[in-house]
Design a protein around this ligand. Sequence first.
Ligand code: PXP
Length: 243
Amino acid sequence: MKTKLSVNINKIATLRNARGGNFPSVLEAAVNCQKFGADGITVHPRPDERHITYQDVEELKDLIQTEFNIEGNPAYRPFMDLVLKVKPHQVTLVPDQVNSITSNAGWDTEEHFDFLSEVIAEFKAQGIRTSIFLDPNPAMVESAAKTGVDRIELYTEMYAQNYTLSNTNAINPYLETAIKASELGLGINAGHDLNLQNIEFFAREIPKLSEVSIGHALICEALYLGLEKTIQSYQEKLKNASL
Ligand code: PXP
């Protein structure tokens, strides 16, 4: 099974917002990413709308012919309402703080068990697949499964940091967490700091990896390679990993 590539287009919005106009257009970028071979589009609207705006998310819905994944913190009620209105294929629940630069931790699924169970039920009642962002910690998977969630998203920052130092040590906690998730019938996604150097090893080593969502590195790499070539390079690596 080849892992799907969902392109996170938040960075396109960051660039657009730097000048206040509509260039580059996030809608055009979403259409082109799909044309260039992406299997899905991810957005992560923040409460302050500093990257993708709520309006962008609503306008994107009709342009996504592949898979639409919206990430965010369900503790912020307007985020819940946005997702319930747009009804993407998947919502990824992330415990990010309002002021954090980017997502920097997975859920404590024991502490937030009741809250997660409630919001997951609300999304699932609308036919939206649910995923929760988790650190590579098998202990968190058991209570995650009991919330009724469909998938976990492995938070890969630590993998990316350790990858060049020791690949085996870098992958082991992720492998243990993924095996536990599979045993409990959960699907597996991954994201954060994945790039053209570290993606193939990760996708090869983690069994049944359904989807990776990649933003920051992909857009940086596209500065040199171009967006089309970059997306194709990721897809080649994901294909190689599945052979
Ligand atoms: N997954 C989650 C939950 C995220 O918050 C982010 C960053 O917005 C990503 C994946 C993608 O990370 P990166 O931009 O480093 O590829």
